[in-house]
Design a protein. Structure first.
Length: 276
């Protein structure tokens, strides 16, 4: 005969509590964290790949931009060099034509009748207009750029260069001292001359000149007379403040070329021509 054992209902409750000690919400949260951790690794790898591609694309764009900029600069330099060569060739051709014109003028003056030559010499129109060569004693004013323009002039190199106003001051000072003829680096100054700057170049009679600038004048006692003018004091101040080179010298013999210009003479207009 078998004996039936009865199971206490409280044991089943204890077993259920032991098997499910955690609240179901905790288990759900734990499962969610675990699944997120497994998918985070692939997502981080994709993000790194995408970032690498973006960086590589940015670098490619930058390299391409730098290469195109260098190419543009090279093209600009080539154009600038070509322009300089064309200007140099044009100036050389102009000087050759100027020499030819002066030679022809000398031939014409020699072929003119003696009466015309005497009249031209007596009136002195050609000399006053700087259309003829000038010779005699005089003085020279030499202007040069400062040797240490960048350090002596507070980092501004332009302050250490000779300006067109400095050359104008030297010319005006020689005129004020009694000069009868003035030339700058062989360029004769007349009433039609222009002294101006174009960028870093100084143009005299539309010819580019470079340092040193030799301003020569013909006249008696020009060196001492120039030193007493306000223009000379202004140049000495520029030499003291900005380091410009200013040198005044006497000369026993100077020859200044004529200016390239065409003289126009007035003539008497008859009454009949005036009415027409």
């Amino acid at each position: 005969m078998s004996v039936r054992t009865s199971i206490d209902p409280s044991l089943g409750m204890l077993r259920s509590i032991a098997e499910s000690a955690l609240d179901p919400d905790y288990a759900t949260r734990a499962d969610a964290v675990s699944s997120h951790a497994t998918t985070a690794i692939p997502r981080s790898v994709r993000g790194r790949i995408a970032s690498t591609l973006v960086i590589a694309l940015t670098m490619a764009v930058l390299v391409g931009g730098i290469a195109s900029l260098k190419g543009a600069n090279t093209g600009v330099d080539a154009q600038r060099q070509e322009l300089r060569q064309r200007i140099t060739a044009g100036v050389g051709a102009g000087d050759a034509k100027a020499s030819q014109v002066q030679s022809l003028r000398n031939q014409i003056s020699q072929l003119a009748p003696p009466a015309v030559q005497e009249q031209a010499e007596s009136t002195g129109v050609s000399a006053l207009a700087a259309a003829s060569q000038a010779q005699g004693r005089g003085a020279t004013v030499t202007l040069t750029d400062a040797a240490t323009a960048g350090t002596q002039n507070k980092g501004d190199p332009s302050l250490g260069r000779v300006l067109d106003s400095d050359i104008q001051s030297a010319v005006n000072g020689l005129w004020a001292a009694g000069a009868s003829a003035v030339a700058i680096n062989g360029q004769r100054i007349s009433s039609l001359s222009a002294i101006r700057s174009a960028g870093e170049a100084i143009l005299v009679n539309y010819r580019p000149l470079s340092s040193p600038y030799v301003v020569a004048g013909i006249g008696e006692n020009l060196a001492s007379g120039f030193g007493q003018t306000a223009n000379a004091r202004s140049l000495q101040s520029a030499a003291r403040d900005y380091g410009l080179g200013v040198q005044i010298e006497k000369s026993s013999s100077l020859t200044l070329p004529p200016a390239l210009l065409t003289l126009r003479y007035a003539k008497v207009v008859q009454a009949k021509e005036a009415r027409q």
